[in-house]
Design a protein around this ligand. Structure first.
Ligand code: UT7
Length: 335
């Protein structure tokens, strides 16, 4: 194993991962019947072929399904979970938190938790935060969830956004590790000056719900795609290269890039900047689209069987806020 620099120190290792996606599939051809688009346009501009849509239920239902399956697979009693952090921009309610709801649905009666709003960076923000509680020795079992029911805030009359997003959830379990495995470094960034480029304008305290806000369709996601694309390409690539340089990692040292799944062209630009070949890049955008906070844990879930103990992973994301960042971690188990 390379770069075992943290021997003896407690690090937060991912010791399990589970995803959940709803059964209903919405294909590009289905969308072409609703708005003026085509399979060819969507596929060539984004890499997306289909996405999942949650017909009944809320974000907490997807998250609770993923958590229950993870605990069952690991043989862990829900009462043993200390903390649940949930990255989401589609909480069940403005309050209480989705984390609270998930704890109740799964019977995690000894856990507390909260939601993290960081749009597409929700999972990396939550993972970096959750890792602190393990590293300090405070907790032994922390769940980090990324979940979004994007279909609840997407305007299916707006072809510039409805083709991109989908629904899904993923969760990882964090436990203490003393072999130098787990989360080793992170760089997280934000720039609120970018807020108007990707925003759900109404429903919060700036524009509380009124008949007018509903009529003006302001409760749906609004995105200036071209602008967001420009910032995403530059910043996701830069921060990924920055975390490699900071940790003296060459492209040979990196086994996997786990990129936010917003657009295949953004993923390619990031991989190129890092000098990584396609084989080292996790991609599942073709089947789920952009599930916002769900993309990264869903990638880890899909690729879990290919990951080996000691593998070096760089997780990287960019999203609304703007928010972005990268996490350097070492995978802690063979499945
Ligand atoms: O995950 C959080 C962060 N979000 C992102 O990272 C998303 C970043 N942005 C993107 O991925 C891309 O900008 C999009 C996929 C949203 C759009 O792709 P684009 O290549 O930037 O297209 P564009 O906005 O420049 O639009 C090009 C053309 C326009 O037509 P005109 O003005 O050239 O005649 C659009 O009206 O494509 C048109 N268009 C569409 N055509 C068919 C826009 N959406 C569609 C569509 N189907 N769904």
């Amino acid at each position: 194993m390379k770069h075992l620099v943290n021997m003896g120190k407690i690090t937060a290792a991912i010791t399990g991962v589970q995803g959940y996606v709803p059964e209903h599939i919405l294909t590009n051809d289905d969308l072409a019947e609703i708005v003026d688009t085509s399979n060819e346009w969507i596929l060539s501009r984004t890499g997306i072929e289909e996405r999942r849509i949650m017909k009944d239920g809320a974000s907490s239902d997807m998250a609770a399904a993923a958590v229950s399956q993870l605990l069952e697979k690991k043989g862990i009693d829900p009462l043993d979970i200390d903390l649940v952090i949930c990255g989401t921009v589609t909480p069940d309610y403005p309050f209480p938190s989705t984390s609270n709801v998930v704890c109740d649905k799964v019977g995690m009666k000894n856990a507390w938790g909260y939601d993290v709003i960081a749009a597409c960076s929700g999972f990396i923000y939550s993972l970096a935060t959750g890792a602190q509680f393990i590293e300090t020795g405070k907790y032994k079992k922390v769940l980090v969830i990324g979940v979004d029911k994007m279909s609840s805030i997407i305007d299916y009359q707006d072809r510039t956004t409805c083709v991109i997003f989908g629904d899904g959830a993923g969760v990882v379990l964090l436990e203490p590790n003393e072999e130098g495995l787990g989360v080793l470094d992170f760089i997280l960034k934000a720039d609120g000056a970018g807020r108007n480029y990707l925003i759900q304008p109404a429903g919060g305290s700036a524009n509380p719900p009124t008949h007018q806000t509903i009529e003006d369709r302001l409760h749906y996601v609004k995105q200036e795609g071209k602008q967001v694309f420009k910032f995403a390409v530059t910043n996701m690539a830069e921060v990924s290269a920055e975390i490699m340089e900071k940790n003296n990692l060459s492209s040979d040292d990196v086994d996997w890039l786990v990129p936010h799944q917003a657009n295949l062209r953004i993923i390619d630009a990031t991989a190129n900047r890092m000098g990584l070949p396609k084989e080292k890049v996790m991609i599942n955008i073709q089947k789920y689209g952009n599930t916002t906070a769900g993309t990264l844990p869903l990638c880890l879930w899909d690729y879990e069987s290919q990951l080996k103990k000691g593998d070096t992973l760089i997780l990287s994301a960019f999203g609304g806020g703007f928010t972005w960042g990268a996490i350097y971690l070492k995978w802690a188990y063979n499945s």
